[in-house]
Design a protein around this ligand. Structure first.
Ligand SMILES: [Zn+2]
Ligand SMILES: [Zn+2]
Length: 450
């Protein structure tokens, strides 16, 4: 498969313009007339890179391009590519193969960095006539791997060549296997192109869940987890447009979850600006543990104190191969579910039956009880006045560090991690409601949290 061979001379359309510095983050739609009989569209983007200019790119077909509709969506590569092609059977990664309908297509340009002198751009669009090739056949991943209840290890955030990652989908699946992951969620920036083909890379024991990293440079990133392969969640709105509720509701209507990603990355721009009330969870641990993750954890904890319990997740956000520090499955979210399936994982996450660990050898259990049955991670424990809560915590796979039991008033108890690789701690709390309980385990190299 590849670009179609031209049977008649291709035609070329050139569009160019200047984006002044005050047009940062403004969406620019460049119309392209596509005649009947076109078999393939090729787009080449050129712009001056001086001053750190970045011009993101995507394309819509005649079915529609306006914000609020994704009917005409045919792909997005952000700042990761400067050229792409689409034909009936195949397309560049990030783009959606299918019929090349005649009519007005729109190339979307989105400047996310502009030098004071502005940005000069040029699009060279090549329209290749010819017969339509064989139709693209979508092959989404199976929604269920097994119906066994358990705690499953997953990575909720990653990128391949379908956005700005460096791996092929096949390499990513190989690595998921090698890292002992039970499930992964595909979260490319602003495109569902990878989701249309995960079935081609399926492994019998690996669940691949469709997702999308809904990405704006201006207002932050969030993950839509648990989508249908054909669904794209639009990203073209600002906090003041009051559109975020509609889009997170769209995710929930599919049984999915909306998670705020790396809310404090990077330091200068990109801080998360949509209202937290629209979201189900926060990625408190993204890639390698650092001060910005610490900030995200504090924010999540502050929300817990306010009586707003959100799901906390950790994920690698991996973009590069196994040898990189940003490795698939580090950290990972471990989820309790009744089945290894998209529905099961989403239900487990929604119920907050989940914990986050640095890597594959770490597992834990946490229970709390008063006089009745024990509550597990994610459960609500009902405590009558005057009853004391007993907490049991078990950690495997760590042989150094400190365990802290935390509640709304701060640290409730502290214990060392036993050197042998398995630690069991029991605490009895003084009378009085802690409102919530959580555990953090830290050592100089790693942290895990539940
Ligand atoms: Zn991101
Ligand atoms: Zn990401």
């Amino acid at each position: 498969m590849g670009p179609v061979a031209a049977q008649a001379p291709p035609s070329e359309v050139i569009r160019q313009g200047h984006v002044p510095a005050d047009s940062l983050f403004k969406l620019l739609y460049v119309p392209i007339e596509v005649p009947a009989g076109t078999a393939e569209i090729r787009v080449q983007e050129d712009y001056n890179r001086q001053g750190g200019n970045v011009l993101n790119m995507g394309i819509y077909d005649p079915a529609g391009y306006r914000p609020g509709t994704t009917a005409g969506f045919r792909g997005w590569s952000g700042g990761a590519k400067t050229s792409f092609f689409i034909n009936a059977q195949t397309a560049s990664t990030g783009y959606v193969p299918g019929p090349i309908h005649s009519g007005t297509w729109h190339v979307l340009l989105y400047p996310s960095t502009i030098a004071p002198s502005g940005l000069d751009w040029k699009l060279t669009v090549t329209l290749v006539p010819g017969p339509t090739g064989a139709a693209f056949v979508a092959a989404p991943a199976a929604a269920t791997v097994n119906n066994r209840a358990g705690w499953y290890h997953g990575d909720l955030h990653m990128h391949t060549l379908h956005s700005d990652g460096r791996r092929t989908p096949a390499e990513l699946v190989d690595e998921a296997d090698a890292q002992g992951l039970d499930f992964i969620v595909s979260t490319e920036h602003n495109t569902n192109s990878a989701n249309l083909s995960w079935g081609r890379y399926a492994r019998p024991d690996l669940l691949i869940i469709n997702g999308e990293e809904v990405t704006t440079t201006a207002f932050g990133h969030w993950n839509a987890l648990g989508l249908d392969a054909t669904t794209l969640i639009d990203w073209r709105y600002a906090p003041q447009d009051s559109m975020i509720a509609t889009h997170t509701a769209q995710v929930r209507a599919l049984g999915g979850l909306a998670i705020i990603n790396h809310p404090f990355f990077p330091d200068t721009i990109n801080r998360f600006q949509f209202g937290v009330r629209h979201f189900d969870g926060i990625e408190v641990w993204n890639g390698r543990w650092d001060a910005r993750n610490e900030q995200a954890l504090r924010w999540w904890d502050a929300l817990l104190r306010q009586g707003r319990p959100l799901l906390a997740v950790g994920a690698s956000d991996t973009h590069t191969a196994a040898s990189s520090p940003n490795q698939l499955g580090r950290p990972r979210t471990v989820v309790q579910t009744s089945s290894l399936s998209r529905t099961g994982i989403m239900q487990g996450l929604r119920a907050r039956r989940a914990y986050v660990v640095a890597d594959r050898q770490l597992t834990l259990t946490l229970t709390a009880r008063a006089t009745g049955p024990a509550a597990n991670i994610g459960d609500t424990l009902v405590v009558a006045g005057g009853q004391r809560i007993k907490v049991a915590f078990q950690l495997r796979g760590a042989s150094a560090g400190t365990i802290q039991l935390l509640g709304a008033t701060g640290v409730l108890a502290t214990s060392p991690v036993a050197p042998g690789g398995s630690t069991t701690v029991r605490w009895q709390l003084p009378v009085g409601l802690p409102r919530y309980l959580r555990v953090e385990v830290r050592n100089p190299k790693a942290i895990c949290s539940s």
